[in-house]
Design a protein around this ligand. Structure first.
Ligand code: SF4
Ligand code: SF4
Length: 504
């Protein structure tokens, strides 16, 4: 008897689509008229399931059936280990009651559990989001930093910034393998408000970090752009819509002006730069424009974009949260559009946050972003540093002082990342949250975001505010795989070199 489960990630790991490699139909053999084993001599009152263990009962493996909205397939999922297989609809019940599925699963269970455990608990911080100033020249309604700080908060001096980068570089060198170059992303507020300090940091530490800058573009003049490009820095640009009417609804200057024209000018100047990434915060103000935004970005040669649903960590973000049904509808239409455009032109616009979920399914160890797994990456794969040296698990927590581990100028980083403040976040697991603990897609969703969940519920052990959307996104991802379109939604060469962590 043969099974169709390929051997190891990233070649779909222990996961796969029944029947995909040898013509139509499942390769799994079914007992259409199950032959129940005769009762063993001393346990005549026990009726054992297939593979000698009770499936979906007792201590045996438990499979959920997930409706994925595909005409031909459903997903069968063992949620504890994130094992899944796509089963032809008319064979799913036979697969569940036959011997092959549990037998195949049990053969791989230990390795799957170990791999997942490693991704969830075995990684070291290898990136830092560094806020060199609290100030911003924009007043976006959904920012994760409190308004007072953005208006007149602290800046880091060049000397202080260099000192901080030195401490960070020493910390990473003491924890990461020799030769590893951690990622340092200058993040906002608006980091280019302290451009001199940022430039000095990039110049002095060029060999010790891979740098990125997340900017609203207002200060990204030619000289700045040339500097960043010549140093190979990643450049993340924030843009919330395909027209000024949409984009300027949420991203406005303090004087209430829009910035769309400036962002598009910079976007066009940077077209083709491999380090360019566009970040869109999805709110109720722009959600209906997502498909059009995908067309807009694709037309301008953008290859990477994130369509991140707004976080409700601060009140402004909460007020702008989209309706989940609406979000799902337009987000999936935007994904459809990106796929169609690729098919029409041969040019991809990868929607990074969705691609990351696909990676989570196809090659769990290859995820780049870390919001769709629990514990999330905050505090365990990366952390954030504020303009006064405060260290938090993620930028989302910078406005929540109860989650600060301490200050990197006064306490060693190796201790900061192990404080109780950090551990609250790095030990938050979906299986301890109701209803996530019984959710089939909990390891493809991660119940994000702990900062938002805490701000909205006063506790960490609550599900995602956008739970229905995330469940729907997992279904969409399974459909993509069922329809053989996995590669079309992922970066070219995604199977190679998979360790980078991206700008959020
Ligand atoms: S937030 Fe919702 S979709 Fe995500 S793991 Fe929890 S129950 Fe599942
Ligand atoms: S889920 Fe929230 S806290 Fe965790 S990495 Fe994502 S944004 Fe940060």
């Amino acid at each position: 008897m043969k099974t169709s489960y390929p051997s190891q990630a990233p070649d779909l790991g222990a996961w796969g689509r029944a029947g995909e490699s040898e013509g139509a139909g499942s390769q799994i053999s079914f007992n259409r008229k199950p032959q129940l084993p005769g009762p063993p001599p001393n346990t005549s009152t026990l009726l054992h399931g297939p593979a000698g263990v009770p499936v979906n009962a007792g201590a045996g493996p438990h499979f959920d059936i997930l409706e994925i909205g595909d005409p031909d397939y459903v997903a069968l999922i063992e949620a504890d280990t994130a094992f899944w297989v796509l089963a032809p609809r008319d064979q799913a019940l036979d697969m569940l009651s036959g011997p092959e599925l549990p037998r195949t699963y049990l053969e791989k269970q230990d390795r799957l559990a170990a791999d997942l455990h490693n991704v969830r608990f075995g990684l070291l911080p290898s990136a830092v989001y560094f806020n060199p100033t609290e100030r911003c020249n924009l007043d976006c309604g959904y920012c994760y930093l409190p308004r007072e700080a953005r208006r007149g908060g602290a800046d880091m001096t060049p000397a202080r910034l260099l000192e901080a980068l030195g401490l960070l570089a020493d910390y990473f060198e003491s924890t990461l393998p020799e030769g590893a170059r951690p990622q340092l992303v200058f993040h906002g507020s608006e980091p280019l408000l302290v451009k001199d300090a940022v430039f000095q940091g990039i110049e002095k530490f060029a060999g010790r970090f891979r740098f990125g800058v997340q900017t609203n573009t207002l200060l990204l003049d030619r000289e700045t752009r040339d500097f960043l490009v010549s140093h190979g820095a990643g450049i993340g640009i924030s843009l919330d819509g395909p027209t000024p009417e949409v984009a300027d609804r949420t991203r406005r200057t303090w004087a209430d002006g829009g910035v769309f024209d400036q962002v598009v000018k910079v976007l066009e100047e940077l077209a083709g730069y491999p380090g360019l990434n566009v970040i869109t915060t999805v709110t109720r103000a722009n959600v209906a424009a997502l498909p059009e935004l995908v067309e807009f970005l694709h037309r301008r040669g953008v290859e990477n974009a994130l369509l991140n649903p707004v976080r409700g960590t601060q009140l402004g973000g909460r007020d702008l949260m989209p309706d989940q049904g609406e979000l799902a509808y337009y987000f999936f239409r935007a994904l459809d559009r990106a796929y169609e455009l690729y098919r029409e032109t041969g040019r991809k616009l990868v929607i990074g946050n969705f691609a990351n979920l696909l990676l989570g399914l196809a090659a769990p160890g290859a995820r780049r972003l870390m919001c769709d797994i629990s514990p999330c990456g905050g505090g365990r794969c990366f952390f954030a540093v504020g303009a006064q040296g405060e260290v938090a698990p993620c930028s989302e927590f910078l406005g929540l002082p109860e989650f600060h581990g301490g200050n990197l100028f006064t306490r060693p980083l190796k201790d900061l990342v192990k404080t109780a403040a950090f551990e609250q976040v790095t030990t938050r697991v979906a299986e301890a949250i109701e209803p996530c603990r019984r959710c089939a897609v909990r390891h493809f969703c991660g119940a994000p975001c702990p900062a938002e969940v805490y701000a909205m519920n006063g506790r960490l052990d609550a599900p995602a505010a956008l739970c229905d959307f995330y469940a729907g996104q997992a279904r969409y991802a399974f459909r993509v795989i069922a329809q053989g379109r996995l590669d079309d939604y992922l970066w070219d060469g995604w199977r190679e070199g998979l360790e980078e962590i991206w700008v959020m």
